[in-house]
Design a protein around this ligand. Structure first.
Ligand code: T4K
Length: 408
C-alpha cells in the first residue's frame, strides 16, 4: 500500500484503524436482555419469599404456564429449566431413537440436545431464502433410521411448517419444532407454539422474553404433556411414587416471577424491536450487496434479530471485516450460526460427509451478521450503528486493505 493510500484511510474515524471508539463507550451486545420494571419482579419475588415456596410447581410457575398457554393458544405449557433440556426430554418422552432430521444452521444446542440422549442428528440443508430447512431435501433424507423431523424457527421466523407437516404425515413421523427464538411470532395467524407434535421455546436472557434461564415444552397432546411433566421432576407421580426414569428440569419460582413480569410488557419489547428493525432497514437501504433479513409482512413477528446478509460478490467489504470494524467501535456483532453445527464437535469427527452435503448452509454461515437490537438500545444507538456500517461500506476497499485479518 502506498503512503498516500494509508494516510487517506487513517483519517477515517474508525477504531479498527486506530481511532477512538466513536459512538459507544459501553459495549452493545447482540442478546442484551429485555427487562421488566424491577418492581414487577420484586413484588412477585417478595411473595415467593413470604410463602417460602421457591420451586417445584409453585403458584408463580402455575400462573406463568397458564398465561403462556393462553397467549399461544396451546393446551399445555410445561415450563422447564432451559430449551435444551426441554428438547432432550421431549425426544425422550416420545421414545425417539436412531436419527432425527434437522438443520445444521442452528444453535449447537439443538443438535447437542439430541446427541446427548443418543439420537444422531441427520443434518439437512436449508433454503437460501428462508435460512430454514428445505422441505424437499428433508423428504429425500428420510430413511428407515429416521425417527422424527425437527424444524427450527431461525431468527423467530417460522420455518415452512405446512410443507414439513405434509412430509412428516407422508412418512408417519413426528414433527417437532425448536421454537427457541420464536416466542411472539405467528404462522398463518396462529401463534408459534402449537404446531407439530410439540414445540420448544427458550426463555434465555438473549430471547425476546426471558426467565433468567428457562424454556417451555408446548403441546396439544395430553398424554405427551403428562409424560414430559413426570420426566422433568424425576418421574415422581406423587410424593414417593416414581413411575419412570426422570430428571430435574424444573423452572424455579424466581424464573417464573421474571417470566410473569416480562409477559406483561413483552408486546412493548416487540414494538421496540420492530421500530429498530424499520430504522435499520431505512438507514441501510441501497448499500451494495447488503440486505437486512426481512420478517414476513403477513404475520406477526417478534423482530428479535437484526440480521445482515452480505453478498461479498457485490459488497466492497467482507462480512468478517465489517464485524471487525463494528467490534472495534464496541458494537459486538455476532456471526450466528458460524461455522454450522456439522463443523463443530462431535459432529465434525463423526459425520465428515456432512460437509459436502450442505452447500447452502456452508454459504450462509459466511454471509450473515447479527446487529444489536432490543430494549437495551435507543433509536440513536441504531442510527450510530448504521452510520458505522455505511462508513465501512463507503470505504470498504481501503478498510479491507488495512485490516490485517480481513481478507474476504
Ligand atoms: N435452539 C436454538 C435455535 C437456540 O437459538 C437456542 C439458544 C437453543 C436451542 C437453546 O436454548 P437454551 O437452552 O439456551 O434455552 C446464546 C444463548 O446462550 C443461547 O440461549 C441462544 N440460543 C444463542 C443464540 O445465543 P451464546 O453462546 O452466544 O451466549 P453468550 O453468552 O455469548 O451471550 C450472547 C450475548 O448476549 C453476549 O454478547 C452477551 C449478551 N448477554 C448475555 C446474557 C446471558 C447479555 O448482555 N446479558 C446476559 O444476561 O449463546
Amino acid at each position: 500500500m502506498s503512503a498516500h493510500a494509508k494516510s487517506a484511510v487513517s483519517r477515517l474515524p474508525l477504531a479498527a484503524l486506530g481511532g477512538r471508539p466513536a459512538c459507544f463507550p459501553r459495549p452493545l451486545h447482540v442478546g442484551a436482555p429485555n427487562v421488566p420494571a424491577p418492581a414487577a419482579l420484586f413484588d412477585r419475588l417478595a411473595g415467593a419469599l413470604a410463602r417460602r415456596y421457591l420451586s417445584n410447581h409453585g403458584p408463580l410457575l402455575e400462573e406463568f404456564e397458564r398465561r403462556v398457554a393462553d397467549r399461544l393458544n396451546v393446551r399445555h405449557c410445561i415450563a422447564v429449566s432451559n430449551a435444551t433440556s426441554g428438547l432432550m426430554i421431549l425426544a425422550r418422552a416420545l421414545g425417539l431413537s436412531g436419527e432425527m432430521v434437522m438443520p445444521a444452521f442452528t444453535f449447537v444446542g439443538t443438535a447437542h440436545a439430541m446427541r446427548w440422549i443418543g439420537i444422531t442428528p441427520a443434518f439437512c440443508d436449508i433454503r437460501r431464502e428462508t435460512h430454514a430447512l428445505d422441505p424437499e431435501r428433508v423428504d429425500a433424507m428420510v430413511t428407515s433410521r429416521t425417527s422424527a423431523i425437527l424444524g427450527v424457527h431461525v431468527w423467530g421466523r417460522p420455518c415452512e411448517i405446512t410443507a414439513l407437516e405434509a412430509i412428516a404425515a407422508q412418512h408417519e413421523l413426528p414433527l417437532l419444532f425448536d421454537a427457541a427464538p420464536a416466542f411472539g411470532s405467528t404462522y398463518r395467524g396462529q401463534p408459534i407454539g402449537s404446531f407439530g407434535r410439540a414445540e420448544v421455546v427458550s426463555f434465555h436472557p438473549t430471547k425476546v422474553l426471558n426467565t433468567f434461564e428457562g424454556g417451555a415444552v408446548l403441546t396439544n397432546d395430553d398424554e405427551l404433556a403428562e409424560r414430559v411433566r413426570l420426566m422433568i421432576r424425576f418421574g415422581f407421580e406423587d410424593e414417593d411414587k416414581v413411575v419412570e426414569l426422570g430428571i430435574n428440569a424444573k423452572m424455579s419460582e424466581a424464573s417464573a416471577a421474571m417470566g410473569l413480569a416480562s409477559l406483561e410488557v413483552v408486546d412493548e419489547f416487540i414494538a421496540v424491536n420492530r421500530r429498530h428493525h424499520e430504522r435499520y432497514r431505512a438507514n441501510l437501504a441501497g448499500l451494495p450487496g447488503l440486505s437486512l433479513v426481512p420478517y414476513p409482512g403477513d404475520d406477526r413477528s417478534n423482530y428479535h434479530y437484526a440480521v445482515l446478509e452480505i453478498d461479498t460478490e457485490r459488497s466492497p467489504i467482507s462480512r468478517d471485516a465489517l464485524q471487525q470494524v463494528l467490534r472495534a467501535e464496541n458494537i459486538l456483532a455476532r456471526r450466528y450460526f458460524y461455522p454450522g453445527c456439522h463443523r463443530m464437535e462431535p459432529y465434525r469427527t463423526e459425520q465428515p460427509q456432512a460437509q459436502a452435503s450442505l452447500p447452502e448452509t456452508n454459504a450462509l454461515v459466511e454471509r450473515v451478521l447479527q446487529l444489536p437490537t432490543g430494549t437495551a438500545l435507543s433509536s440513536e444507538d441504531v442510527d450510530g450503528i448504521c452510520g458505522i456500517v455505511r462508513l465501512a461500506f463507503e470505504h470498504g476497499e481501503e478498510i479491507s486493505r488495512l485490516l490485517p485479518t480481513s481478507a474476504p
